[in-house]
Write a protein that binds this ligand. Structure first.
Ligand SMILES: [Zn+2]
Length: 198
């Protein structure tokens, strides 16, 4: 009869890293000498746990990357968002700067960058704008920019009355832009008054 026992290589790797980690070894020695001062720590099979989470030395970058890959990029990880990934990782592991490492790993994940989902509510159905009751009541204004400078002008100021679809175009230059806008606002009012007068 053959018995197959699952064997985790990552645990072996963590043990190897711990044996080389000076800071974690000092912590283990401190726990072994006086564990009463460290009530939230548990030593099990050579591995030190804090609040039931396995302590990983910060210098064990390959192990940390392997954990992040398993908990985020693998089929089980499913490229979950930061909060979900952090909760999963923090259930089993702890290392200093864990939050920063998880955030950086997800930000650099190519799959997450290529498949971003919308963060906003659905836009809903398109609905037409209400029809204005009189001319110049509802006006659309815009600037068409990006033209080469010609005779001191490089911007077209566009005004459209929505009811009549009346189009007014005015040229604007870099110096005259402000004064032109003031002048145009008076022209706009003048047009409005002409149409509104009985
Ligand atoms: Zn991802």
């Amino acid at each position: 009869m053959v018995v197959t026992i699952p064997h985790s290589t990552i645990i072996d790797e963590i043990k190897d890293v711990i044996s080389l980690s000076r800071s974690l070894n000092q912590l283990i020695q401190k726990f072994q000498s006086d564990h009463a001062t460290m009530p939230q720590h548990i030593l099990k099979d050579g591995l030190l746990f804090w609040r039931h989470r396995l302590l990983i030395p910060v210098e064990a970058r390959s192990v940390i990357l392997q954990i992040l890959h398993e908990f985020h990029s693998s089929a089980i990880g499913g490229h979950a968002r930061f909060l979900c990934t952090r909760t999963r990782v923090a259930t089993y592991f702890y290392w200093s700067g864990m939050r920063r490492d998880i955030s950086a790993f997800i930000r650099q994940c190519q799959v997450c960058q290529q498949a971003k989902s919308l963060q906003t509510f659905p836009a809903g159905l398109l609905s037409p704008l209400p029809i204005p009751n009189q001319v110049w009541e509802d006006v659309i204004m815009d600037f068409i920019t990006g033209f080469p400078l010609s005779r001191g002008y490089f911007v077209i100021f566009v005004i459209i009355d929505r009811l009549l679809s009346l189009l007014i175009l005015h040229l604007c230059g870099p110096i005259l832009l402000h004064s032109k806008l003031l002048k145009l606002s008076s022209i706009l009012w003048l047009n409005c008054m002409v149409f509104l007068l009985p």
